[in-house]
Design a protein. Structure first.
Length: 291
């Protein structure tokens, strides 16, 4: 997902978003069609409004901001800012009934904050007089995508909890229908300008990347995320984004043909320690509850 904007840099973030989520919507439509008569009875107007909001915050708006951040600030910076997601989701999730207290989660929050400070400092240090706006703009887009996806992660987990009769995969496919509809509305704006400037090879690569991300990140990845959101408490759900961050960093370093900088290594270590600390807090909390 983080590498895709780099693979098709000739296309702008809105085009990347529309391409990916049109594919997501079409595949979701084909997969959900056999179960639609039964499933449609369980989804009312309120649920469709929730799906529209989740599609916007977790897919459409998020990926526009993410693609902009990757293309202007780099894969490593973007993935590490997104790695700050555990703090936001944990703080909000700690208000849920029966959640681990914020005091017990404080070491995890401090470690993740330290990681965000490290990567933010590097983004500012990369700014020069001649190109000061690009790294800063990328950082702002990454922060925006973090806020957007935080809202999605929390809202999606709570919607799944309110609808136990709908499977995680069906909810994923319904979200795909809502996201595909939004992409159809954006299609004229995305390709009104600059579409003719791309050759056949560029369009072929764009189609392949869009289809690949739609299948791997949206159809498969979101189904697994939904399943996890139903099984784990909200204070632990956000921590699982670490694995996306780890692989995004690895892909980014390979793509840029370089070793990680000291600040990137420090940030990554802080994020890993943050998740381990959060897991320990949940384990201790469960042990005390059982006692």
């Amino acid at each position: 997902m983080f590498l895709a904007p780099q693979l098709v840099r000739g296309f702008n973030p809105l085009q990347l978003t529309v391409g990916r989520y049109l594919g997501y919507g079409l595949i979701a439509l084909m997969l959900i069609a056999p179960r639609w008569p039964t499933l449609s009875v369980q989804i009312g107007r309120r649920q469709w409004w929730s799906l529209a909001w989740l599609a916007l915050s977790g897919n459409t708006l998020y990926y526009v901001l993410l693609s902009s951040a990757v293309q202007t600030g780099g894969i490593a910076m973007t993935s590490l800012v997104i790695g700050f997601l555990p703090v936001a989701v944990t703080v909000i999730g700690s208000r849920d009934h029966g959640a681990v207290s914020l005091r017990r989660l404080l070491p995890s929050l401090l470690l993740c904050t330290a990681g965000a400070v490290c990567i933010g400092s590097q983004a500012l240090a990369r700014s020069t007089v001649a190109s000061a706006e690009r790294p800063l703009f990328g950082l702002l887009c990454a922060i925006g995508s973090l806020a957007s996806w935080t809202a999605y992660a929390i809202g999606n987990a709570r919607c799944l909890a309110r609808m136990p009769s709908v499977s995680p995969q069906d909810w994923n496919l319904l979200t795909g229908l809502a996201t595909g509809a939004q992409s159809l509305l954006l299609l004229p704006f995305a390709f009104a300008l600059g579409a003719a400037s791309h050759g056949v090879d560029a369009w072929a690569r764009f189609g392949a990347v869009s289809a690949g991300v739609a299948v791997l990140a949206s159809i498969a990845g979101n189904a697994l995320w939904n399943r996890m959101s139903r099984l784990l408490p909200l204070t632990l759900v956000g921590q699982m984004i670490l694995f996306e961050t780890l692989f995004a960093l690895l892909y980014g370093w390979l793509w840029e043909h370089r070793w990680p900088t000291p600040l990137e290594i420090a940030a990554l270590c802080f994020v890993v320690l943050s998740v381990l600390s959060c897991l320990r807090a949940h384990r201790v909390g469960n042990t005390r509850s059982a006692a």
